[in-house]
Design a protein around this ligand. Sequence first.
Ligand code: CTP
Ligand code: MG
Length: 233
Amino acid sequence: MMANFFGLIPAAGSGSRMGNELPKQYLPLAGKPMIYHAVRRLCSSSRIGGVFVILAPEDGEWGKYDWSEFADKLAVIRCGGGTRAQSVLNGLKAARKTSPIGDTDWVLVHDAARPCLSENQLDRLMDELADDEVGGLLAVPVADTLKRSDNSSRVKNTESREHLWQAQTPQMFRYNLLVEALGMTGGTAMTDDAGAVEALGLHPKLVLSDARNLKVTYPQDLALAELVLRNPG
Ligand code: CTP
Ligand code: MG
C-alpha cells in the first residue's frame, strides 16, 4: 500500500532569541503572521493529506486569525511541550487520536520559523525519500570557512567543512520511527528530529536544499525572510 504524507508544524516556542514579547511565529511577515507561510506551503501540496499545527496550551494568538481557507486539511492541537522534541512527540501522539495515520505513513516535520520553504524544495524532499528506508531532511552543504574559537573569540583553529551540512526542515520520517526515536531521546537537548533518529543508529538522507529556506531566529532574519518571500523563484 502507498504511504500517505502528513505535515506537522511545531509552533509552541517562545522565540527567546528574537527578543520580542510576541512569540516569533506570530510576528508580521509579508502581511501575515509568520506561521501562515509554513501552513500555506504544506497545505498547498496535493500530496500532503493533513497538516497538524502544535501550539502551546496557553497560546492566545492563533485564534486572532482566519484559517478557514485551509479548513479541509488543517488541524490545530494545543499540546506543545517544554522543548521542540517534546512538542513534536506530543503532537504525533495527539494527531493519531483524531486522524487515521498509519505506522509507515510519512510525517514531514516543519518549523513554523521557516516561512520561505519553496514548492520545489518540498517536492524534492518527498521525491527523493518516498522509497527510502530511513527518511531524511533538507540540508545545505556548508559554504563558509569554519573557525573554532577559544573562550575569548580568538581563533583556535580552522575546521574542515568537508562533509558538513546545515540541517533544515522539513524533516521527513515514518510515523512509527519518529515516535520511537523521539520517545527515546525526549529529555535530551536534541534540536531536530533527525538527531533522534540518528541516536537509534540510523542514517537519515541529506536532500540538497539552499539558503533561501532560512530559519528566522534573530531580529535581522526577518528582513531576509521578507525578501525571499517577495522574490520567489
Ligand atoms: N518549538 C516548539 N516547542 C518548543 C520549542 C520550540 O514547538 N518547546 C518550535 C518553535 O515554535 C519553532 C520550532 O520549534 O517553530 C523551531 O524552534 P526555534 O527556532 O528554536 O524557536 P523557539 O524555540 O521559539 O526560539 P528560541 O530557541 O530562540 O527560544
Ligand atoms: Mg528553540
